[in-house]
Design a protein around this ligand. Structure first.
Ligand code: PMP
Length: 379
């Protein structure tokens, strides 16, 4: 029984991307690989629109988070963390460990920190950086990034670091236009690649800041160590994950073929249809409607449904979803619907959820969600 992995990362990996991971590994100095790597870096800069640099290194999103902040700050700098959930909070701990002075603006889970509050806070101190999680995977909240970018632009010294791990390649992120100074992300979500790549884009202001810091404490994640390699991948600093870089290249090819704007629009359509179908089945969603992510849904159980049992039966019906985090553990499941998933995946998922509810005693659901899904997708 094949299981559809509908957790919010890793997302389903399409065959053509899997094939790249299954290729015979070559030397990292192989001229064809060097050319491929160079193309990947160029495409990332084109798609996410920056005059700066793109970095692709072996690691996960958390490593990218470290890389994002470590290159633009030094001990005792003031930084502001905007937290919409578990991954926002992760940036608090990470920054504190680096000896930064951290102020936090936190929202109640399922809501946002109002942009006016961010602006007010930025006026209080000379913050050297602000971090914002574009989509917090724990709450399904999508930050109003374009508006935040406009506000941060007014503060010359404050660099905007965006955690796009659960957003990049599904929610618009254009660095230089939107005032994003550093975008950090990973391969396993909306890129639809297996886990294992930390991807970081840095705009001109961030690169200038890095230069001004001199030698930094971190080694593996130092921009200055990697810049020569990203410009000319024939050079060596750390062994590149050859097959994952090929996989990313194929993912970018798919993205270019689809068109990035079309990809963003598709994610909206899919998310709204999935969310309507879930509501039709009687679920409620944690994230307030006007700030709901397109990459995943954070779905609250109705009375009488127990988390462990629901997810076990759903897996028997062929679909794997993730549990809730923090205070929502046991109260919610998290359903990813991003990347290269297709219509069949969506229908199968909603149908499996219906069969699960049916087996758990809610009998009047068969066909309802699937009907709603189709209706929405045909609009
Ligand atoms: N930020 C966000 C928004 C995430 O969703 C995740 C992973 N779920 C991370 C950071 C950390 O990424 P990783 O698990 O790849 O280290």
């Amino acid at each position: 029984n094949r299981k559809l992995v509908m957790i919010p990362g890793p997302t389903p990996v399409v065959r053509s991307i899997q094939d790249q991971m299954g290729r015979e590994t070559v030397a990292f100095g192989d001229p064809d690989f060097v050319k491929d790597f160079k193309e990947v870096i160029g495409d990332l800069k084109d798609i996410f629109k920056t005059e700066g640099e793109a970095f692709v290194v072996a690691g996960t999103g958390t490593l990218a988070m470290e890389m994002g902040i470590a290159n633009i700050t030094k001990e005792s700098y003031d930084v502001l963390v905007v937290s919409h959930g578990f991954f926002g909070d992760r940036y608090v701990e990470l920054c504190q460990r680096k000896g930064l002075k951290v102020d936090v603006l936190k929202s109640e889970w399922g809501t946002i920190v109002p942009v006016e509050e961010i602006e007010k806070k930025l006026k209080e101190k000379n913050y050297k950086a602000i971090t914002v999680t574009h989509v917090d995977t724990s709450t399904g909240i999508c930050a109003p990034l374009a508006e935040i970018g406009e506000v941060v632009k007014k503060f010359e010294d404050t660099l905007l670091v965006v955690d796009g791990v659960c957003a990049t390649a599904a929610e618009p992120e254009y660095l230089d236009e939107m005032g994003i100074d550093v975008l950090i992300t990973g391969s396993q979500k909306a890129f639809g690649v297996a886990p294992g790549l930390a991807i970081v884009l840095a705009g001109p202001k961030a690169l200038e800041r890095r230069k001004s810091l001199g030698t930094i404490r971190d080694y593996y994640i130092d921009f200055e160590k990697w810049i020569p390699i990203m410009r000319d991948p024939a050079k060596y600093f750390g062994t590149p994950p050859v097959n994952l870089i090929w996989a990313l290249k194929e993912s970018l090819r798919i993205m270019k073929e689809e068109g990035i704007e079309n990809r963003y629009k598709r994610h909206i359509r899919v998310a709204r249809a999935m969310q309507a179908a879930l509501e039709e089945l009687g679920f409620t969603l944690l994230a307030e409607r006007e700030h709901r992510a397109v990459t995943l849904s954070n779905v609250l159980y109705m009375d009488g449904i127990e988390d462990g049992e629901f997810r076990k039966v759903l897996a028997e019906e062929g679909v794997v979803v993730a549990g809730g985090l923090g205070a929502y553990a046991g109260k919610m499941f998290r359903l990813g619907h991003m990347g290269n998933i297709d219509f069949h995946d969506l229908v199968s998922t909603i149908s499996a959820i219906e069969r699960t509810l049916y087996r758990l005693g809610i009998k009047d659901v068969l066909g309802k969600g699937v009907g709603k899904l189709a209706e929405e997708l045909l609009k």
